[in-house]
Design a protein around this ligand. Structure first.
Ligand code: PEP
Length: 257
């Protein structure tokens, strides 16, 4: 279950959600400085997805460093009468290199179905952004033994046919593990990730074999190494623990070259 040699460069992505004022940029700048320091043993790419109000400022501050900056969602349309929405092109223009789509909080609070998530991923590609496509089961679905079926179905319906290892990252985020301090057992994570890999290889061939599969849901400094060592876990999507630079850097530090 442990990966000896990593075939895929991992990604540690921080999702700040609806947290962060200008003063909190200092936390992200500490991450930027630490990951960009000469001699830093950075065994993963590092991305922070702040709220959109901070995106441009952070992207400018991170320019030329090893810190990547992303968004948390995008609209499917490129422009037009969509009050309050932001297109992938706008996010790219503000400095994002990637965007999360289909986070369970958006699926639940905004009624985003798989087909909407798929259109958002296509919008991300159109603008030159990588899409971090989130999937994951509820606790009821897990208890009913439906996890692999639900995740497989979400994966198939949320990913566009033109997904590649370069433009797509998949994040398995069990909904019951997000922000709760609960995590699946390593064996459970391994089972889901290996099933996702199978689905991706079947549909996308070599691209599916190389696509990064992140685990997300209560990743903390004290469980990051164990989770990151599971085969087919190619990094982490981190919510709460990405808000404090010390915690986020401790998670990043578990990925060594
Ligand atoms: C998330 O919402 O993407 C997430 C993983 O949150 P947390 O790490 O706080 O569980």
């Amino acid at each position: 279950m442990t990966q000896a040699i990593r075939p895929i460069r991992p990604l540690v992505a921080g999702n700040w959600k609806m947290n962060g004022l200008k003063a909190d940029l200092a936390e992200a700048l500490r991450v930027r400085d630490a990951v960009s320091a000469p001699g830093a043993d950075l065994g993963a790419d590092v991305l922070i997805c702040p709220p959109v109000t901070l995106l441009q400022a952070l992207a400018e501050a991170a320019s030329g460093s090893k810190l990547l900056v992303g968004a948390q969602d995008c609209a499917a349309a490129a422009s037009g009468p969509h009050t309050g929405d932001l297109s992938a092109e706008m996010l790219r223009d503000a400095g994002a290199v990637a965007t999360i789509v289909g986070h369970s909080e958006r699926r639940a609070a905004h009624g985003e179905l798989d087909r909407v998530v798929r259109r958002k991923a296509e919008a991300a590609y159109r603008a030159g952004l990588a899409a971090i496509v989130c999937v994951g089961e509820t606790s009821g679905e897990r208890q009913s033994g439906l996890t692999l079926e639900i995740v497989g179905r979400q994966l198939s319906a949320s990913l566009p046919d033109v997904a590649t290892a370069a433009n797509t990252i998949v994040a398995y985020e069990p909904i019951w593990a997000i922000g709760t301090g609960l995590t699946p057992t390593p064996a459970d994570v391994a089972e889901v990730h290996s099933a996702m890999r199978e689905v991706l290889v079947k549909r996308f061939g070599a691209e599916g074999a190389r696509m990064r599969l992140l685990y997300g849901g209560s990743v903390k400094p004290d469980n990051a190494a164990e989770i990151g060592s599971i085969v087919d876990v190619d990094g982490a999507l981190v919510g709460g623990a990405s808000l404090k630079s010390n915690d986020f850097l401790a998670i990043i530090a578990t990925y060594k070259n």
